[in-house]
Ligand binder design. Structure first.
Ligand SMILES: [Zn+2]
Length: 148
């Protein structure tokens, strides 16, 4: 029997609304994208994760692809393998902070640092996009929890 990957449109909409249209990893806003964000299985089906709303998160294409079926990543500072950030059980603000100029996501914890590295949160392309979006007040997204 194959695992059921199908997520109903109603559930996808629920995930989208809960995330306030932000990628739950890098906090990019879906609002300004050409393509819809994807619904990510936080714990992949292949690793025993469920297809339920409690195991789903909105993720941009890049984060979804980088995350793939990972659930752990390496933290260069503590030199240990640690759990990846889990948007369902972890608080973004506990693990990450925007740099003062808001162009970089800085990991505050081993999980934060390992996730920022594994999902390449601060690659050159996204830094350029954040800088351009900042000019027109789209970055950080107005509904980013750090902006309230
Ligand atoms: Zn993302």
């Amino acid at each position: 029997m194959s695992a059921n990957r199908y997520i109903t449109e109603a559930t996808q909409n629920q995930v989208r609304q809960r995330a306030k249209l932000l990628c739950e990893y890098c906090h990019a806003s879906e609002q300004w994208q050409y393509v819809s964000f994807t619904v990510d299985h936080v714990v992949p089906l292949t690793k025993g994760g469920a297809n339920s709303i409690d195991n789903l998160a909105l993720a941009c294409f890049h984060c979804n692809r980088q995350k793939s079926d990972k659930i752990v990543a390496f933290d260069e500072q503590s030199l240990s393998e640690v759990p990846l950030f889990n948007p369902r059980t972890d608080s973004w603000q506990e693990h990450f902070i925007w740099s003062t100029d808001t162009l970089l996501i800085i990991g505050l914890t081993p999980t934060g640092r390992a996730t920022a590295a594994a999902l390449t949160f601060n690659r050159a392309r996204i830094i350029n996009i954040r800088a351009a979006d900042r000019e027109i007040r789209r970055h950080p997204p107005p509904n980013d929890p750090t902006q309230n």
